[in-house]
Write a protein that binds this ligand. Structure first.
Ligand code: UDP
Ligand code: MG
Length: 134
């Protein structure tokens, strides 16, 4: 599955009407959208998705934010999808992100950083199954 990754357009992306721009950016980088939907995560669902961060100081606010409005998860396909998508979104803190990365272009804060991308092939597989179970 090293040609697939899970992306999420986070609630701030939808609230600020950046959905079209972000999808355009992703397609222009050569990714194919294999699946996509819009949903509003409940707090328990956000907790399950971000279970790996439970106990960290930013966890409670992250859960609150991710369940604050609708988001758009999508399955993206490209060679080396996980690594390549992480490159085009930029670092977690948008202030440190490289120029012409999605977070540098659009994100305002470390928490509301506009997009999620899986960080390994193993997690991509788990995250895809979370949002798009067969
Ligand atoms: N986050 C935060 N404060 C932090 C670190 C992370 O609010 O100090 C949020 C942010 O939305 C980030 C998410 O928690 O995207 C998951 O954190 P992770 O370290 O996995 O960053 P990512 O893989 O998304 O770059
Ligand atoms: Mg992460």
């Amino acid at each position: 599955m090293n040609n697939k990754t899970l992306a999420i357009l986070k609630p701030d992306c939808l609230k600020r009407n950046l959905t079209g721009k972000v999808i355009d950016f992703i397609l222009n980088k050569g990714f194919t959208i294999k699946a996509m939907k819009q949903l509003h995560l409940t707090e328990p669902e956000a907790e399950r998705f971000y279970a790996v961060h439970k106990g960290k100081d930013f966890y409670d606010e992250l859960i609150e934010y991710m369940s604050s409005g609708p988001c758009i998860p999508m399955v993206l396909e490209k060679e080396n999808a996980v690594e390549t998508f992480r490159e085009i979104i930029g670092t977690t803190d948008p202030k440190e992100a490289a120029e012409n990365t999605l977070r540098r272009l659009y994100a305002k804060t470390t928490q509301r950083n506009t997009v999620h991308g899986s960080d390994s092939d193993e997690n991509a597989q788990k995250e895809i199954a979370f949002f798009f179970p067969l």
